[in-house]
Structure formats: structure tokens, C-alpha cells
Design a protein around this ligand. Structure first.
Ligand code: AMP
Length: 294
């Protein structure tokens, strides 16, 4: 069945309220559209766990910095709708920016320490934009559960923190990173890559997987693991790829660590040509800690 399309935030909230009053559970998958299998896996994760599934498609202007790719962010409304239909989505919520941020809007939701490093350090204001829109989407769609991908690991941690700190009655469910056959993490931004860049981009997951193997073989020194990632990327994609950051950090605080003795993540951001990509691997017990919980 075709999903119901709602553009008006007030109508979205009224629909969600009516469904809640009828005793149904609601799920939300927030996206910026140009849907791929990574997005679909979030829908598949939530679909059996809620009565009504809402997917939001909203390219959120306030999470893009000056000079970033807001204007050229890829869009495919018809493809997205077909994907949502196949995934059994009940409602596609696709508001206009002016409806989400009307004249006079001046509120920001901000998570502080968790946003200081990693992507937060490279993209000032980005996570303020994310938490502000996610908070608003939660109020408009009133979900019992919402699903986020581990691909955006810092975003997942930040959203979990916001939900705990502000007591949102929403269960945050996470889903693992979905990859192309050659390891590249799926991303709407992969559409920007030229064939040469697309090949070079595989160096990111290669490096992360090599370091993860080293970790499984017993290496616990963060610097050694980081160097493995760096070296792999240099060898495979040296000229085309510039690392923006590479960190081995605590999976919960996201603070850089020297020796791994608990849950950890290796996370990176890189420019492949002009395209900024992120990826990560979760090490050891952190994989269980962030796995989908009932
Ligand atoms: P985006 O449309 O890029 O804002 O992503 C919307 C949601 O999909 C976020 O929760 C992302 O973490 C998630 N997501 C994006 N790419 C992937 C992927 N390759 N695997 C799993 N989840 C993903």
C-alpha cells in the first residue's frame, strides 16, 4: 500500500495523537532522503516492533554549515516513496523547511560534551542542528521508538544523551552499518564520488577492518590501531583521500583513549576529493552495548 504523505507539521502531530489515543505504538526513522539499503535496514528493524511506522524525509538546513553541500544534497522523491512503500511504511513525513522553522524560530537543543570532538569539532553547530530537529521531529511524530544507524556513531550517542537528559519517552533503537559488497559504508553522499574516488573510498573501511582484526588478535594500543588505519588509507588512496580526523575513543564518552580496556570505537571522517565521508568500527563489548535492545 502507498504510504500516506504528510507535509504539514500540525497534521502530522494530529495524526500521531489520534494513533496514540487508539492505543497504537508508533515508530520513527528520521532521514534526509535519497534512501539506500542503510535506511531500509532501519525501517526493517523497527517495522515488526511498532504498529505504525513513520519515515521522515527532511534535508535539515540547520545541520549544514556554510560552504557545505546543502544546495546539492541528492534528492529522489519518487525513488524514496517507492522504497518506503516496499518497506511497509505507513506515513512519509516530508515537511518544508519553512514549516519546520517558521518566522521567529529561535530555539536550539544542545548536547555539550559529546559534541565537542569528532564531527562536532569539524562541523561547528552541526549537532545543535541535529538535536534541534530530532527533538522537533519527536514532538511532531510522537514515536514510542525511533531508529538510528551506527554509521553515524556520534549522532547516535548524542541523540541517546538528549533523550536521557530531557526525558523524552522514546526508546532509541540502533542498527548496524550497512555496506556495499566492497566494504564502503552506504551513504547518500556516495553519489558524489567519481569512479576513481569511489575506488579510493574503499580504503576507509579497509583500514578500519584491518585495525579491528588487529584488535581481535590482541592489540590494545590505540596508537598502533590508528596507525594501521592511516597506513592502509595512505597505501590505497594516498593522493585522493585526506583524513579529517581519526580517533580511537571510548564508546560511551567519545573521549580519546590510549589503551583499550572497555567499549571502544574507531571513528574517522575523510575527504575523498570534495566529498566528506564518515565511517567507524565498534570494538568488542561495545558492539553488544549498542546492539538493538528489546
Ligand atoms: P541520513 O539520511 O544520512 O541523515 O541518515 C538517516 C539515518 O540512516 C541515520 O540514523 C543514519 O545513521 C542511518 N544510516 C545512514 N547510512 C547508513 C548505513 N550505511 N547503515 C546503517 N544506517 C545508516
Amino acid at each position: 500500500m502507498n504510504p500516506k504523505i504528510i507535509r504539514d507539521p500540525t497534521k502530522m502531530q494530529q495524526w500521531a495523537l489520534a494513533e496514540r489515543r487508539a492505543g497504537r505504538t508508533l515508530g520513527l526513522v528520521p532521514t534526509m532522503g535519497y534512501l539506500h539499503r542503510g535506511h531500509l535496514s532501519l525501517m526493517d528493524t523497527l517495522r515488526p516492533r511498532v504498529d505504525r511506522l513513520v519515515v521522515s524525509i527532511f534535508v535539515n538546513p540547520i545541520q549544514f554549515g556554510a560552504g557545505e553541500d546543502l544546495d546539492r544534497y541528492p534528492r529522489d522523491w519518487d525513488g524514496d516513496l517507492a522504497a518506503c512503500r516496499n518497506a511497509g511504511v505507513d506515513v512519509v513525513f516530508a515537511p518544508e523547511p519553512a514549516a519546520v522553522y517558521p518566522e521567529g524560530f529561535q530555539t536550539t537543543v544542545r548536547v555539550s560534551r559529546l559534541t565537542a570532538g569528532l564531527c562536532g569539532a569539524q562541523r561547528p553547530g552541526h549537532f545543535d542542528g541535529v538535536t534541534t530537529v530530532v527533538a522537533k521531529l519527536f514532538h511532531l511524530t510522537l514515536p514510542h521508538r525511533a531508529c538510528f544507524g551506527e554509521k553515524d556513531y556520534q549522532q547516535l550517542a548524542v541523540v541517546r544523551r538528549m533523550v536521557a537528559d530531557l526525558a523524552f519517552p522514546v526508546e532509541i533503537v540502533s542498527a548496524p552499518t550497512i555496506r556495499e559488497d566492497d566494504g564502503l559504508a552506504m551513504s547518500s553522499r556516495n553519489a558524489y564520488l567519481s569512479p576513481v574516488e569511489r575506488e579510493a573510498a574503499t580504503s576507509l573501511s579497509r583500514g578500519l577492518f584491518a585495525a579491528r582484526k588487529q584488535f581481535h588478535d590482541g592489540e590494545r594500543r590505540a596508537a598502533v590501531l590508528a596507525e594501521t588505519v592511516r597506513q592502509t588509507i595512505r597505501d590505497h588512496a594516498g593522493a585522493v583521500c585526506t583524513l579529517e580526523y581519526l580517533t580511537v575513543c571510548d564508546a560511551h564518552t567519545l573521549e580519546e583513549i590510549v589503551t583499550i580496556d572497555g567499549d571502544a570505537v574507531i571513528a574517522l571522517a575523510a575527504k575523498i576529493g570534495t566529498t566528506r565521508l564518515i565511517d567507524n568500527v565498534i570494538l568488542a563489548t561495545a558492539a553488544e552495548a549498542t546492539a538493538t535492545t528489546p
